[in-house]
Write a protein that binds this ligand. Structure first.
Ligand code: COI
Length: 353
């Protein structure tokens, strides 16, 4: 199929000139245009780029009642050579369609997902921030739009891409509590998918942890609360006795993070041993008691590489000196240099717009 050129309706009231690129938060500001497509009778139609604006939904739309909605998070950068680049969008497309299958939604083809994103970003390229630790955050998502209250897969869907200049998701090193009561995912469930409900269900336990002074929770397995899984907005990596350990994906309860995958590849290339396996809370606490637990950090699209300064298991508190985090910092720098074009992109991760 030849590359389509999507129709564009220009925003008559663009906000770019009024936006302060020095004050960028995560997920608060959006660019002047959005990409929209509708699915009906097995085909994608009404594909267009139009001014960013609220959308109209029937109050009985399936997404509002039964949570048939999925999303992705991707980043675009202006690199040091002045090129506009997206980080591994092909991987997000694969995961998006894996989520779609699990949520009984239609697959979104590459010509919509990748081409839509490229043409939208091309139009919005002046919104890409260049401040350190900032980027253009890309949020593709799909919602079920059937006006019907019966519990069955919708027959109609809306796929959209919105963009926003974004700063770091976590602006400071985090304090994390190991969750011992609530659960995020079960084998056979939807933990591996990026469906809205996974995130909605995490809000109450995270708020309870915040009341105790923590920023986030580290989820543990649903059966025994014995093995650590992920933080919910990011995957997690531990450095124990010089080795990097990250929870494995095999139970289907951990999101297959694109930054997680990239980090494993880069860390191995940097000479570190990386193990993907079950990691128990007991092993973590024992390693800490022996002085072998050296670093803990999160990896994710929004989070990039985020340092953790404290991890708590019930009353047992493990503190970390951020200044001594060698591996987390080296990984962050390596990712930064690849994204900025300062280092050879030997895996062809950066897609030019
Ligand atoms: C991302 O890292 O892009 C995510 O999807 C996490 C998000 C819920 C902020």
């Amino acid at each position: 199929m030849s590359t389509p050129t999507f129709p564009v309706t220009k925003n008559k009231n663009p906000q770019l000139a009024h936006f302060n690129m020095d004050e960028i938060a995560f997920g608060k500001n959006f660019t002047d245009h959005m990409f929209v497509a509708d699915y009906e009778n097995g085909v994608w139609k009404n594909v267009e780029i139009k001014p960013y604006s609220p959308i109209t939904l029937d109050p009985s739309s399936a997404v509002l009642h039964y949570g048939q909605t999925i999303f992705e998070g991707i980043k675009a950068f202006k690199n040091d050579k002045g090129e506009f680049v997206i980080f591994r969008p092909d991987q997000n497309l694969i995961r998006f369609n894996t989520s779609a299958t699990r949520m009984e939604m239609p697959a979104v083809p590459e010509w919509l997902f990748i081409e839509g994103m490229k043409q939208l970003i091309h139009l919005e390229k002046d919104w890409i921030p260049t401040k350190p630790d900032s980027s253009l955050y890309i949020r593709p998502f799909m919602i079920a739009t059937d006006p019907y209250l019966g519990v069955r897969p919708s027959l109609t869907y809306k796929f959209m891409i919105i963009l926003g200049p974004s700063g770091p998701y976590f602006s400071a090193p985090m304090k994390i509590l190991i969750e011992q009561k609530y659960t995020r995912a079960t084998p056979g469930g939807v933990g591996f998918a990026k469906n809205g409900g996974n995130y909605g269900a995490s809000l109450h336990p995270v708020e309870l942890a915040k009341k105790k002074g923590f920023d986030q929770i580290l989820w543990t397995d649903a059966n025994e609360h014995k093995y650590v899984e992920e933080v919910g907005v990011m995957n997690v990596m531990f450095v124990i006795d010089g080795k990097v350990i990250t929870p494995s994906l095999e139970r289907g309860t951990v999101l297959k993070g694109v930054t997680r995958d990239s980090s494993i590849i880069l860390l191995r290339e940097m000479g570190y041993v990386v193990e993907e396996r079950n990691l128990s809370v007991e092993e973590i606490v024992t390693a800490h008691k022996k002085g072998l637990f050296q670093e803990i950090f999160g990896v994710g699209t929004a989070a990039v590489v985020s340092m953790v300064k404290q991890l708590a298991h019930e009353d047992y508190i493990m503190d970390f000196d951020i200044d001594k985090m060698v591996i987390a910092k080296a990984l962050k720098q390596e990712l930064h240099e690849i994204r900025m074009g300062m280092k050879e992109d030997k895996h062809h991760w950066m897609v030019k717009i």
